[in-house]
Write a protein that binds this ligand. Structure first.
Ligand code: ADP
Length: 199
């Protein structure tokens, strides 16, 4: 199974992809997590990405496409994978198509987590508070200013992907406003062939 989870920051992509990845026994590939690991390790990619990420901007396409190309070539991706946070721009989607075509594989579903704009800010504020309360470190981009930039980047660059995947008959919208397990069960319905997709 090869899936994309699509949705704005705070939509619950990370939460849901972890759950599905575990259930299906396939890896969750989060470009955000991979980039944060690169920043932490101080690799050349990390050095390049650090400032852009903390300001809430998008890392250049060629950087993330390179990361994903390397990652999906790994043996644990042979049975499938869940892309979380990639693609985020139309050129990234085109690069992914080319990459998959060259390997003779294809996407099964693009799951769109639909959430109201107004709830996103409060979800991200809650995540930051919970992380602090648990003694963790809040993400550099989980603050009001960076969030504004992340949302703008989402609407400008990422939201058009829903049209792209609709046109490819892959888009499966899911109500991301529901409780976590209700969202999971909607996704399960899609995966078992019962979704109201567009293809
Ligand atoms: P969220 O979806 O909560 O905004 P992520 O953890 O997916 O956060 O990503 C955090 C940051 O990492 C993004 O704001 C961006 O700077 C960078 N990033 C992650 N994935 C991509 C991508 N596919 N293209 C460009 N930048 C990316």
């Amino acid at each position: 199974m090869r899936l994309i989870l699509l949705g704005p920051p705070g939509a619950g992509k990370g939460t849901q992809s972890q759950i599905i990845a575990e259930r299906l026994g396939i890896p969750q590939l989060s470009t955000g997590e991979m980039l944060r690991a690169a920043v932490k390790a101080g690799t050349p990619i990390g050095l390049k990405a650090k400032e852009i990420m903390s300001a809430g901007g998008l890392v250049p396409d060629e950087v993330v496409v390179g990361i994903i190309a390397d990652r999906i070539a790994q043996p644990d991706c042979a049975r499938g994978f869940i892309l979380d946070g990639f693609p985020r721009t139309l050129p990234q989607a085109a690069a992914l198509d080319a990459l998959m075509r060259s390997k003779g594989i294809a996407l099964d579903h693009v799951i769109e987590l639909k959430v109201d704009d107004t709830i996103l800010v409060s979800r991200i504020e809650t995540r930051a508070k919970e992380t602090l309360a648990a003694g963790g470190t809040v993400r550099a981009d989980d603050n009001a200013e960076a969030l504004k930039t992340r949302l703008m980047a989402y609407y400008r660059e990422t939201a058009p992907l829903t049209g792209y995947y609709f046109a490819h008959h892959l888009l499966r919208p899911v109500d991301g406003m529901a409780a976590i397990d209700a969202v999971t069960s909607q996704i399960n319905t899609v995966l078992t062939g019962g979704g109201r997709g567009n293809g």
